[in-house]
Design a protein around this ligand. Structure first.
Ligand SMILES: Cc1cc2nc3c(=O)[nH]c(=O)nc-3n(C[C@H](O)[C@H](O)[C@H](O)COP(=O)(O)OP(=O)(O)OC[C@H]3O[C@@H](n4cnc5c(N)ncnc54)[C@H](O)[C@@H]3O)c2cc1C
Length: 426
């Protein structure tokens, strides 16, 4: 029994290693603006930056502080593609649209790198992603299929096995790895705050601690934040898993699911020598990587059923010790969680809701790159260029019930069903 499965420090690793928070006011008067954006994560900020490139002025309203939501809590894995498989995506939208969507996911990575270079965002960007299979033949086969799918999309890959795999990652659990260097990882909070600073430098108005509590649609849109009125020509909703019931139509295609991350103390021996963003093919997948200061950051969903903070930390710690037995006595310094918006199918929900209202959400665990892209897609649509948004609007999303108890039950029973299928091979 280990004695180190509780976090030593409060808050997240990102909070303790983030850059200075920019000077941002709270909205305390009425405002007239061309485009009002609700949500201060990567989606909202990327939309504002893209609008600025098109000469359109905007203001971003954030309930808490910028990067408070998933963008400041994420595993930071910057991944190519979507959570939906390429074959299922083709079945969903046709092979031509599927190819175009895939190309957009590659463009999303280039856009992220462009933001980081152009606005000099210091966020520990690193190239490389390694997907891992255990010794189970089904997992090995799935990984080889993944490789074929990626190569068909023009992504160069390399299979690692035996000593080559051990040189890349020091874990006895895995027997095969698929490496590609289009993807990578970064410090998500510093990236998001870098976008906030960039937006300020481009003349975007940012307001924190300014929750929007009502959106009234019409020729001229009206939003309220407490006693203050905001009049906007157009509105973009970028609150994603944190938006609650602000616009009920947005709640139906997504299920907010909690994901949790632990960060160890800095390690003294190399664990992931290849420095890639790693993930595996387990049903409740693990994602992990090294931080810039040598910690292992390991995330996942602690179980099918919801867990409290202490239990989540304990379960993830146990899993970490299975994957890396050499860390059994390593302290956990930080532990935190956040909400991921998942859709069915696992594709983003990016669309126009009414003539002056757009929304982007539900990246299903691929939002680090796709949220930036969504900003570009929405800004294009706001400016009359509907080519890219039309591709996303082809995806038909399942509508979930809005009752909170039914929603949480659905997320859990859905996962349980997939778990049973995995265990029984159904
Ligand atoms: C623990 C965790 C790990 C993850 N790991 C990865 C990963 O490794 N790779 C990956 O690609 N993706 C990952 N994701 C998902 C990824 O972080 C998200 O898809 C992405 O950050 C979404 O960005 P966003 O701007 O759309 O939403 P958010 O970053 O959640 O921003 C939405 C913001 O809107 C604000 N808001 C909501 N309602 C209102 C309102 N009424 N008024 C004003 N503001 C409002 C919220 O406060 C919030 O700050 C992870 C998510 C979590 C939680």
């Amino acid at each position: 029994m280990t004695t180190v499965s509780r976090a030593r420090f409060a808050g997240s690793y990102y909070d303790s290693s983030s850059c200075r928070y920019p000077d941002i006011p709270t909205l305390n008067s009425d405002l007239d603006i061309d485009v009002a954006i609700v949500g201060g994560g990567i989606t909202g900020l990327s939309t504002a930056l893209q609008l600025a490139d098109r000469g359109i002025s905007s203001a971003v309203f954030e309930s808490e502080t910028f990067a408070f939501g998933a963008s400041g809590r994420s595993g930071g894995q910057l991944l190519v593609g979507f959570n939906e498989s390429t074959a299922d995506l083709s079945r969903l939208v046709g092979s031509q649209a599927a190819d175009q969507l895939w190309q957009l996911s590659i463009d999303a990575l280039a856009l992220t790198r462009d933001y980081i270079g152009r606005y000099q965002i210091d966020c520990d960007l690193q190239r490389g992603a390694l997907t891992l299979a255990t010794h189970h033949p089904k997992q090995r086969q799935a990984l080889i299929q993944n490789q074929r799918a990626l190569e068909e999309k023009g992504i160069a890959t390399q299979l690692l096995e035996g000593a080559a795999l051990r040189d890349a990652i020091d874990s006895p659990q895995y027997s095969l790895g698929l490496m590609e260097s289009t993807s990578g990882h970064l410090h998500p909070k510093n990236y998001c705050l870098g976008l906030a600073r960039a937006a300020l430098s481009r003349g975007v108005q940012l307001f924190d601690h300014s929750p929007i509590d009502h959106v009234q649609t019409g020729d001229s849109m009206r939003l309220t934040r407490g006693p203050h009125r905001i009049r906007a020509q157009r509105v973009v909703l970028a609150g994603n898993a944190y938006i609650g019931n602000l616009v009920p139509e947005l709640a139906r295609p997504i299920l907010p699911v909690t994901s949790h991350i632990i960060a160890t103390e800095p390690l003294t021996t190399p664990l992931i020598a290849c420095q890639a963003a790693c993930s595996d093919l387990a049903f409740l997948l693990h994602y992990f990587r090294m931080s810039n200061d040598g910690r292992l950051l390991l995330g996942g969903r602690p179980g099918v059923w919801g867990r409290n903070e202490a239990m989540s930390t304990h379960i993830l710690h146990q899993r970490m010790c299975q994957l890396f037995p050499q860390l059994a006595q390593t302290a956990i310094d930080y532990s935190w969680g956040g909400k991921v918006a998942v859709t069915q199918p696992q594709m983003p929900d990016i669309r126009r809701l009414s003539p002056n209202l757009w929304a982007a959400q539900g990246y299903s665990g691929h939002g680090m790159a796709l949220a930036g892209l969504a900003g570009q897609v929405i800004a294009g649509a706001v400016d009359g260029d509907n080519q890219a948004i039309a591709l996303f609007e082809r995806v038909r999303h399942q509508q979930f019930p809005t009752h909170p108890a039914i929603r949480s039950g659905l997320a859990q029973w859905g996962m349980l069903w997939y778990r049973i299928r995995e265990l029984t091979g159904l």
